[in-house]
Ligand binder design. Structure first.
Ligand code: NAD
Length: 260
């Protein structure tokens, strides 16, 4: 049922975004890939998805920290690939620092990229979803959209805001055949996290298993990372007819973290 629909996935040259873009391509969606960079590698990812899945995949450079770029992403995707019916707001950055030392420019960047970009892309996409009478918006929030941790003020504020935005958009779209949900991952095994394991082993003088269990996954009851493929499968489900009555939900994939 997703065959031939156009999906935009922000921040999709690596990690969770790339996993979701690939899963949607596997379902037959045309996909607009995005990041703020403009490299041969970015274009190569689009070419690979297109060749592997027989769909149209375009890489569109756009900085999700800039409102005009957010709107241009949606407009260009629609012009290149057809009306945008699936929007996955995934681009995100992090900075960890105690609040009195937190650089104001990092606060602004995190709020812009992790929260405001979703407002701008949704604002640009909603008229098309309403006109089509069908749409799916998925915002990649975090357990930090529901729970706080110290030293992550901007990230926690942005992700809580994103969950609030998700609920509001869901209500506004409720009678238009379009849903808006948030996925709230706990710790996910991305290339970035994989790199952090080695750093933490050195910093704490612990072996890999101890770092994963006692440092990184201290608050994740299963003591296992969520996997990119699990998040991608959930995103595909949220796009399916089976999820038509799920809207305004923060859906956790966190090994039980929010049950604590
Ligand atoms: P990642 O760093 O692997 O990917 C982030 C993507 O966003 C990259 O493609 C990057 O190029 C892109 N990006 C960054 N700044 C951008 C900008 N200004 N404009 C456009 N694109 C930009 O990270 P990830 O771990 O896959 O995270 C993806 C999302 O999932 C983020 O929103 C993150 O907050 C969320 N998340 C991740 C975890 C985790 O454990 N990895 C847990 C919870 C939530």
């Amino acid at each position: 049922m997703l065959q031939g629909k156009t999906a935009v996935v922000t921040g999709s040259t690596s990690g969770i975004g790339l996993g979701i873009a690939e899963a949607l391509a596997r379902e037959g969606c045309h996909v607009a890939l995005n990041s703020y960079t403009d490299t041969d590698e970015d274009q190569a990812i689009a070419a690979r998805l297109s060749a592997d899945h027989g769909i149209k995949a375009h890489y569109i450079q756009a900085d999700m920290g800039k409102p005009g770029d957010c709107m241009r992403l949606v407009e260009t995707a629609a012009a290149d690939l057809g009306p945008v019916q699936i929007l996955v707001n995934n681009a995100g950055i992090q900075h960890v620092e105690k609040i009195e030392a937190f650089p104001p420019e990092k606060w602004d960047a995190i709020i812009a990229i992790n929260l405001s970009s979703s407002f701008h892309t949704i604002r640009a996409a909603v008229p098309g979803l309403k006109a089509a009478g069908w749409g799916r918006i998925i915002n990649i929030a975090s357990t930090h959209g529901l729970h706080a941790s110290p030293f992550k003020s901007a990230y926690v504020a942005a992700k809580h805001g994103l969950v609030g935005l998700t609920k509001t958009v869901a209500l506004e779209l409720a009678e238009f055949g379009a849903t808006c949900n948030a996925i709230c991952p706990g710790y996910v095994k991305t290339p970035l996290v994989e790199g952090q394991i080695a750093d933490q082993m050195e910093a704490h003088g612990l072996d890999r298993e101890a770092v994963i269990r006692n440092v990184m996954l201290e608050r994740q009851p299963t003591k296992q990372f969520a996997e990119i493929d699990q998040l991608a499968a959930l995103a595909v489900f949220l796009c399916s007819d089976a999820a038509a009555q799920m809207t305004g939900q923060p859906v956790s994939v966190d090994g039980g973290w929010v049950a604590l």
